[in-house]
Design a protein around this ligand. Sequence first.
Ligand code: HEC
Length: 123
Amino acid sequence: MQRVVLSVVLISSVFLMACNSEDSQSNSESTQTVKGLSSHTSVPQSGEAVYASKCRACHDYGVAGAPRYGSSELWAQRSAKGLDVLYQNSIRGIRAMPARGGCYTCSDEEIKAAVDYILANSQ
Ligand code: HEC
């Protein structure tokens, strides 16, 4: 009787070990996938790309009082506050403009690049 119990314990522990090693294998695989993904998304988008996909809906047309892209007059007034203020306001939001222009996955650097892009093309 004792031998039967012992072998059941042995068999089940071998089985458990097999399961564990499979688990740790699949874990390391999924970690690799996640790493691959995050290194891909950490490549910053250019200011032009951010502007085209996130900002132009408002800034191309001056929606809700947004200073229009390309208007040197409107942007000169904004720039008078200083570049750092413009960066801060576009990251935090200002009145009708949502924080980060609504792009919550954009990094600070990407938002700043988009501001640089707008200013460079509105002189
Ligand atoms: C939903 C519309 C909307 C979107 C999208 C949007 N903006 Fe704006 N933005 C505005 C409005 C409205 C203002 C003017 C706010 C005010 O001063 O009343 C503004 C103002 C600004 C200013 C001037 C801030 C200041 O301090 O005067 C900057 C810079 C700016 N936006 C950058 C961006 C960038 C960069 C993006 C894209 C990442 C973006 N905006 C997306 C509506 C938008």
